[in-house]
Design a binder for this molecule. Sequence first.
Ligand code: GLN
Length: 486
Amino acid sequence: MEKILTLTIGEMREEFETKRLSSVEAVKTFYKRIKEKNPVLKAFLETREEKALKAAKESDERIAVGAQNIRALEGIPMAIKDNFMIKGEAMSSSSKYLENYISPYDADVIEKLKNAGAVFLGRTNMDEFAMGGSTETSAYQKTANPWDICRIPGGSSGGSACAVGSGMASCALGSDTGGSIRQPAGFCGVVGYKPSYGLISRYGICALASSFDQAGTFTRNVKDTAEIVSIISGKDYRDSVCEPNEYINYAENLNNNADILKGMKIGIPKQLKDYEIDEPIMEAFKKAVKDIETAGAQIIEIDAPSYKYTPALYKVIMCAEVGANIATFDGIRYGHRSKKGVSLNDEYAKSRAESLGYEVKKRILFGTYVLGAKNYHRCYHQAQRVRTLLINEIEAAFKQCEAIFTPASLQMPVKFGESLREESDIFIMAANLAGLPGITVPVSMSKDNIPIGVHFMSARLTDKRLFEIAGGFEAISGWKIQIPDI
Ligand code: GLN
């Protein structure tokens, strides 16, 4: 297996700077892998070899000139989920509605990544408008799990997770509304992170549910995550909820030292016992808990009774926000326009009917229902109240511990066509409901060689601390960076 495919960002940068490897060579190696494996794995919807090689060449020229010209992610090959706008390029959110859509501007994170020298390899498959957890609702293709191609890679950012997990990119961007980065990261054996709400601008990202949506990353280790987050976070006046932070170096002093865990209190929700957890996950989780204790941390039980409402809360609020966001897709301003409409309303209806998938239609209908005059108080308003309850309970838990530790998913990735149980990702979904940062770290392989991930969540805007904790755990987890030999 080509060593280049498994290098971390830090290692690749060192190779570039010592001239043992050029960005052009690295990019070519990834495209070779993509050409061989993407026909089976279907992680990428589209690649952009010519543009990527041009960018890589420019990076090599900067590296040749010397240190002061080298930007933070100079020449690093990266995959981008298909819901980030890149000026002048296609973005479909894996929907037929946006099949011919060309982005008129760069998303804030794209602009920041371009300025940092990252090289975009192509756009990755996802569930349509990020609605799903498997990539099966994509209007174009189903991405396979690189460790077992009969299984789902998770989702909605399954294409990005698969691209990094299979060695088709060094790192990737994803978006996470209800676990869409952290669940597939666990299934594909990579690190997946979602920030505190407001840490990273949502400008130029195709919306799913605005009060949950955040951009985040897939990487090979925690340090790489912190490096990318240092670049893509920070204030952006074009996103009104963006925190007004100046530059923070999240990777600073991050040295994967398990000493950090000494004397730390880590909480495990009492409610974890109320759910069925797949055997390999339970085994891996128990071992991880033991390792954390051996490192000197104290495991405590925390109590957040409202965890059980998470799937219902998420569904009501997310669908209500979907209804509002997708309302802009009317077939008039942009996107698919039906040729069969006989009146304005008929035109709207037919444009959507012809181009949106079943899952999207279902969520629009449900969202419209919960916002209807008769249901607003009973459903939407009530869900927002219980959301506050959950937030208060979790905030209280953070008075007793620094991080909440759970499996990243309660279920192993299922075969295509089988569905995950509704509650399989409630412990990571809570991070979206409460606006908290969360990170999945791979820990081990099941007996049939499928990766298993665990998840840390910390208090709002303690993302830097979260990286230190996850990095400390990474140092003792025993996980080896690896890609499948497929
Ligand atoms: N699986 C969840 C859903 O279908 C989460 C999606 C997401 O985070 N984008 O809504």
